[in-house]
Design a protein around this ligand. Structure first.
Ligand code: FAD
Ligand code: SF4
Length: 456
């Protein structure tokens, strides 16, 4: 057996990358990818595949890398995933496929994510054959062009459907373009993967808000099936004093202005206030992205305030490491009480916390330490506390059942909503989750649509 330890990916130096928007991780070069592929044991019952929500045949694509057939490797991944360049970069592999890899105790799990990225990037820069499609005479409408919608669109297009995606924004990709920053996921790559969908015949109608520009009932009149993948883009706030002061942003607004509206370019029509001392509230991937973006804008001090401890931080470990290396200071076991200032932010009053008994989520509940209040001086506060689905679609179509959190209710077995032939998946159903879970939901809904409409 190959006893080599796991190969590390190359990264931009922390000091340099904190000043630019270029990609942090540089991925594997060919030699390292080959060496890493050789570490895979090609298990007969591969545990890694069980950990992948879209079921990518991992040993199969890795075997093609070993054989030097990168086109074959691309085709093997594409059997199950239409966004491999995205997944290879942002999927939490450490808690999914790699968490189950049998090599974990033998020099570390195979670097499946980095290998996927290596293969996907090859596929985007080399002509790879598009599979032949036989039309089935059915039409599907997809609402939202995030990973759930794009995956559902790809699977239905491959099955011969005429597919139209309706997207509210002027660019397709959902959170992949407006949320996750350029330095983690270059937008040109997202666009290149979306272009591959167009090659399958998928039409994308931008600037079209379903529930405003066009109604759900109109789509039902024109299409055999509708999939709702509208995500969870409505930011939450703490409802504490001072949240309406100048200089307070939701992470959603902040990142959308930067990523989608290119606020970092000098001639941007939607500039952004550049903070010098920035406090980000939250500890998920969104909080890390906001904090690291603020640093790249030139903030002198960026602190991240989180009421629990490091162990409970929901962000990927790699994102936390990257943020700290770049200079983000973690204020753990700390909770904001009030944002201070007259018209604009001048500070944030916080209190120290300690962990008590587990709450309903199973995590130990943070409890205030009386008398431990303190102030962090700052001129910008970014709230990254989670998001919920936008209520627009529900308001425009009362028959669409949602639960008290505003997420769309679906039948777990059929993936259908309360409206016949209308399916839903991704963050709009689960609340804010991950790219790969959204893709898995889009895939499951496409399968259910094919079964219901008897398309094989
Ligand atoms: P979305 O990606 O939200 O897409 C929904 C789309 O629907 C949007 O384009 C929206 O404009 C459109 N839409 C909404 N309403 C309408 C309407 N009425 N009509 C037409 N279009 C509409 N996940 C990871 O796995 N790894 C990460 O590292 C990671 N980092 C993240 C960082 C940030 C900043 C954020 C915000 C999220 C991150 N996530 C990450 C989560 C992940 O991006 C989401 O779980 C995923 O994008 C959800 O996909 P979706 O298809 O359900 O919805
Ligand atoms: Fe290869 Fe690990 Fe998957 Fe086995 S579990 S097939 S070693 S990647």
């Amino acid at each position: 057996m190959n006893n080599q330890p796991r190969n590390n990916v190359r990264e931009q130096d922390a000091k340099i990358r904190a000043t630019n928007f270029n990609e942090v991780s540089l991925g594997f070069d060919e030699k390292t990818a080959m060496a890493e592929a050789e570490r895979c044991l090609a298990c007969v019952k591969p545990k890694c595949v069980e950990g992948c929500p879209v079921g990518v045949n991992i040993p199969k694509f890795i075997s093609y890398i070993k054989a030097g057939d990168l086109e074959g490797a691309v085709a093997a991944i594409k059997e199950n995933s239409n966004l491999p360049a995205v997944c290879g970069r942002v999927c939490p592999q450490e808690s999914q496929c790699e968490a189950r890899c049998v090599r974990a105790k033998l020099g570390g799990p195979v670097a499946i994510g980095a290998l996927e990225r290596f293969v996907a990037d090859y596929g985007l820069t080399h002509a790879v054959k598009t599979p032949a499609i036989t039309k089935c005479g059915k039409k599907a409408a997809i609402i939202g062009s995030g990973p759930s919608g794009l995956t559902c669109a790809a699977d239905l297009a491959m099955a011969g459907f005429d597919v139209t995606v309706f997207e509210a924004f002027h660019k397709a990709g959902g959170v992949l373009v407006y949320g996750i920053p350029e330095f983690r996921l270059p937008k040109s790559l997202v666009q290149a993967e979306i272009d591959k969908l167009s090659e399958l015949g998928v039409q994308i109608k931008l600037n079209t808000v379903v529930g405003k520009t066009i109604m759900l009932d109109e789509l039902l009149g024109d299409y055999d099936a509708v999939f709702i993948g509208t995500g969870a883009g409505l930011p939450m706030f703490m409802n504490i004093k001072g949240e309406s002061l100048n200089g307070v942003y939701s992470a959603n607004e902040y990142l959308t202005r930067v990523n989608l509206m290119k606020a970092y370019q000098k001639d941007s029509a939607t500039p952004i206030q550049v903070g010098n001392n920035v406090v980000v509230v939250g500890a998920g991937n969104v909080a890390m992205d906001a904090a690291r973006t603020a640093l790249r804008f030139g903030a002198q001090n960026v602190s991240l305030v989180y009421r629990r401890s490091r162990e409970e931080m929901p962000a990927r470990r790699e994102e936390i490491r990257h943020a700290e290396e770049e200079g983000v200071v973690l204020q753990l076991l700390t909770n904001p009480l009030e944002i201070l200032g007259d018209k604009a932010v001048s500070g944030i009053k916080c209190i120290r916390m300690e962990l008590g008994e587990p709450d309903e989520s199973g995590r130990r509940k943070p409890v205030e330490i009386q008398g431990s209040e303190f102030v962090i001086d700052c001129d910008q506060v970014i709230m990254a506390l989670g998001t919920s689905p936008n209520p627009l679609l529900k308001r425009s179509c009362e028959r669409l059942e949602v639960n008290k959190k505003g997420t769309i209710v679906i039948d777990e077995a059929t993936h259908e909503t309360s409206i016949s032939n209308v399916y839903a998946g991704g963050d709009a159903v689960t609340g804010a989750a991950t790219v790969i879970l959204a893709m898995g939901a889009g895939k499951a809904a496409a399968k259910a649509i094919l079964e219901k409409l008897n398309v094989h």
